[in-house]
Design a protein around this ligand. Structure first.
Ligand SMILES: Cc1ncc(COP(=O)(O)O)c(C=O)c1O
Length: 432
């Protein structure tokens, strides 16, 4: 697609009517996207390693996804799930179930990650008859009231909203690098022990419906949960009849070099929440769990007007065809290893990089003003993100002080694009 001739300032065009509430990483005006390039309204191309925050995981205007959307738009946009069955919906739930381990075989479709989290909270309470839910400090699960109540990655996400949903308890997340100097075993042991103490003294285990965890903390700073910690959680949940909910909204769909983040730990959660990459940009999300849990949740216990829209489901089928047909989970693992190695070379020459972590193409690079004290340097990261964009590369930040540059390359990124991104980021490091 050719770039438009005029350099539109869309912020000015909005005439002050666009809400100031929405945060933005870039004050730039976007025109269109092709493959892994996003174009601004001046016609300038940017290598897009942000992907709308891990959403357009196959890049922009992907031919197979666009074709599927066009075909479905001309055939059937509605009706919603409450009216009856439609083919893309029925085929998609089958395909999603096939990507998940036994016994997870049943899928409820919604529109956003937050809705999937709220639905999973309701499922957990209804099915167990218990009120309490545990999430982790620093986690991000979304913006609806339920999801906000589980979220603590930034005080701004909670401030002024209390009372939040009651009976939510936040446990310490194993901060392997910051608190335990990279010792995963110790981080696991201490964090599980803190959780057990919480179950003994703060919230009795028999009142807990579910534990929600992101296998890699996303917004909170791209912090992988140690595999042994996830296995410990699984054991704890089994011991006390608690449902383990894996929030795979960001980690899912191959992002970590496995289809699902929990696979790295060899565990099977009870419930999986899915969104973001699922339809490469169209609104769609899912709650997956074994059939028995859905049956106990009960017919009519939850619903959605738009959830499982046939057009979004058609896009999602094309996404799965592409991921599976092109071996993109393996590509995420291979390109992720190259990216991590390249970032490691930059770290060797730059004292400001404190830590590089994360599986596959979910890589966090944490910046510090002092390697000894690990004092976070969010101001530097803000400059690096801005400078990288000026140089033609889009990367994002995360972490409580936005001190982490997060790398969310498309799943079908090439080795040449990884090299190009590293070159640009190296230049940003020298000049930011
Ligand atoms: C792990 C995780 N869960 C839930 C959400 C909420 O998803 P949504 O913004 O689609 O509501 C997000 C969004 O960033 C996320 O990263």
């Amino acid at each position: 697609m050719s770039a438009p001739a005029d350099d539109l300032d869309l912020a000015a065009l909005a005439g002050g009517h666009l809400t100031p509430v929405l945060g933005r990483y870039f004050e730039r005006s976007w025109s269109h996207g092709v493959g892994h390039r996003l174009y601004d309204t001046g016609g300038r191309a940017y290598l897009d390693f942000a992907n709308g925050i891990a959403v357009t995981a196959l890049g922009h205007a992907h031919p197979a996804v666009s074709a599927a959307i066009h075909a479905q738009v001309d055939r059937l946009i509605g009706p919603t799930g409450a009216i009856g069955y439609s083919e893309p919906v029925v085929r998609l739930v089958d395909r999603i179930a096939a990507t998940l381990p036994d016994p997870i075989d049943t899928v409820f479709l919604l529109n956003s990650g937050s809705e999937a989290i709220d639905g999973a909270m309701k499922l957990a309470r209804r099915v167990t008859g218990r009120p309490a839910i545990i999430a982790f400090q620093g986690a991000f699960h979304g913006r609806t009231y339920g999801a906000t109540s589980l979220t603590s990655s930034s005080p701004n996400y909670r401030r002024g909203y209390e009372p939040l949903v009651p009976s939510i308890y936040l446990a310490p997340f194993p901060q392997v690098w910051r608190e335990f100097d990279g010792d995963e075993a110790r981080a696991t042991e201490v964090s599980l022990s803190r959780l057990r103490t919480m179950l003994e003294s703060v919230v009795p285990a028999e009142t807990v419906a579910a534990i929600f965890i992101e296998p890699v903390l996303g917004e909170g700073g791209y912090l992988p949960a140690p595999a042994a910690f996830l296995r410990g959680l699984r054991d704890l949940c089994d011991e006390h009849g608690i449902l383990l909910v894996a929030d795979e909204v960001q980690t899912g769909y191959g992002r970590t070099g496995r289809m699902w983040g929990f696979e790295h730990a060899g565990i099977v959660p009870d419930v999986v929440t899915i969104a973001k990459a699922i339809a490469n940009g169209l609104p769609l999300s899912a709650i997956a769990a074994r059939r028995e849990l859905h049956e106990r949740w009960g017919r009519g216990a939850h619903g959605s007007t738009y959830g499982g829209n046939p057009v979004a489901c058609a896009a999602a089928l094309a996404v799965l065809d592409t991921i599976e047909g092109q071996g993109l989970v393996a590509n995420a693992a291979a390109r992720g290893a190259e990216l991590t190695a390249g970032l490691g070379r930059l770290k060797a020459e730059d004292e400001r990089i404190g830590d590089i972590r994360g599986p596959g193409l979910m890589i966090g690079v944490e910046f510090v003003s002092n390697r000894e004290t690990k004092a976070p340097d969010g101001a530097l990261v803000d400059r690096l993100v801005a400078r990288s964009a000026d140089l033609g590369l889009l990367v994002l930040s995360c972490g409580p002080q936005h001190q982490v540059v997060r790398w969310i390359a498309p799943l079908d990124v090439s080795a040449a694009e990884v090299a190009e991104a590293l070159e640009i980021f190296g230049e940003a490091l020298r000049t930011a």
